[in-house]
Design a protein around this ligand. Structure first.
Ligand code: AMP
Length: 362
């Protein structure tokens, strides 16, 4: 693939803050961005005038979008595969349906990892309360039941304690298929973001540590406070997964760091992957010469990838709901970089913005 000429248009599926920050990163490289989404008034619409409004099932809208763009990427991994396959016949789509098919389904994701010698939690697929009841006999409680699809920020997850029946757990999951997972006693949660271009060039950001509140990301600390050995294991896992999946674009890999190595000697397990920019990579905008968003733009246009060595250590804090009201106070802090997404309407837990605190030289 030859590089996409400067001035070409990158189509982005989804109009949220990840699309907004991708569009902002594309502009200085002279690329236009065009959003496809079912809604108006989303964060990405504030930074580019080009928008096709339509549902992901609307083939006429998808065809018009394909005609208007030179390459397609995405900021939401649950775009229906049919829409991606439809677009792919008309315009290059990065990452493609082959990657999305796996990333959209927790069972396929974990099976792929296991088949490629990548550590994951023990799991079982269940299709009914009866199957769950049988599977629970092989798991120690507490354990977790998750919907296999459309899960994010803890949605569709049930924590199964001693006193919960299989039927109760099944009913609260509210999904047709579930994955039962062993509960991992981790010392920390970390993630790595890898950029990969069509020619196979990769660039891997350092390992960062993530803390969650109510299963939603609260802070990301860069670098993660882990030993060099564990960092090397996390980086190796992430780069292997990205190349085995043949991702073009970005892959964010969320991992658990175990307190003790497991029976296979693994100290890092994959939890889940997202083939798009990731909340745990926001800090790269302010602390790295080339952010995750710019890497995505470079990868999908087949330009050289940028340097990944950060210039600063950083802590990213999400501004959820009312936290956004602290923006003025944060702006008085000289080491704080405040990013607000322009969302109207504060709701509890809604990602309204984030702030990155720079913490001195890397
Ligand atoms: P997920 O949607 O799978 O990323 O889960 C959201 C959060 O729930 C994770 O970031 C962990 O903090 C927690 N979690 C998910 N799965 C497990 C597990 N198998 N063991 C322990 N904690 C988990």
């Amino acid at each position: 693939m030859t590089p996409l000429p400067f001035g070409s248009t990158i189509g982005i599926l989804g109009g949220g803050q990840l699309g907004q920050m991708t569009a902002l990163a594309a502009a200085p490289l002279g690329y236009r961005t065009h959003i496809f989404s079912p809604h108006d008034d989303e964060p990405a619409h504030l930074v580019t005038p080009f928008h096709t409004k339509g549902s992901f099932e609307d083939e006429a809208a998808l065809a018009a979008f394909a005609d208007a763009v030179d390459v397609v990427t995405l900021e939401w991994e649950n775009v229906p595969l049919k829409a991606l396959e439809f677009l792919e016949k008309r315009v290059p789509v990065f990452p493609g349906p082959n990657v999305l098919r796996i990333a959209q389904d927790r069972v396929l994701e974990k099976t792929f990892a296991r088949d490629h010698n990548i550590g994951t939690t023990d799991f079982a697929v269940v299709h009914s309360a009866k199957e769950l009841d049988a599977a629970l006999k092989n798991f120690t409680r507490p354990c977790l039941l998750k919907s296999t699809r459309m899960g994010y920020d803890g949605h569709g997850q049930v924590f199964i304690k001693e006193d919960m029946t299989a039927q109760q757990a099944w009913d609260s999951m509210k999904a047709p298929v579930g994955i039962l997972e062993a509960f991992v006693s981790f010392s920390s949660e970390v993630s790595v973001i890898v950029a990969r271009s069509a020619n196979g060039e990769t660039a891997t950001f350092p390992v960062v540590e993530n803390r969650h509140k109510n299963q939603i990301l609260d802070t990301t600390t860069a670098p993660a406070e882990i030993s060099d050995d564990i960092a090397a294991e996390a980086l190796a896992l992430a780069t292997k997964l990205t190349s085995d999946l043949q991702v073009v674009g970005l892959l964010a890999i969320e991992m658990f760091v175990l307190k003790e190595p497991n029976a296979k000697g693994q100290r890092v397990l994959m939890n889940e992957v997202a083939p798009r920019p990731h909340n745990s990579g926001h800090w790269t905008i302010d602390a790295c010469p080339c952010s995750q968003y710019e890497q995505l733009v470079r990868a999908v246009t087949n330009r050289p990838l940028g340097p990944v060595a950060p210039h600063s250590r950083a802590v990213m804090q999400n501004l959820l709901g009312d936290d956004v009201l602290k923006a003025d106070a944060l702006m008085k802090n000289p080491s704080a970089h405040v990013h607000l997404y322009g969302k109207t309407g504060i709701r509890e837990g809604r990602k309204m913005g984030h702030v990155t605190f720079l913490r001195g030289a890397w």
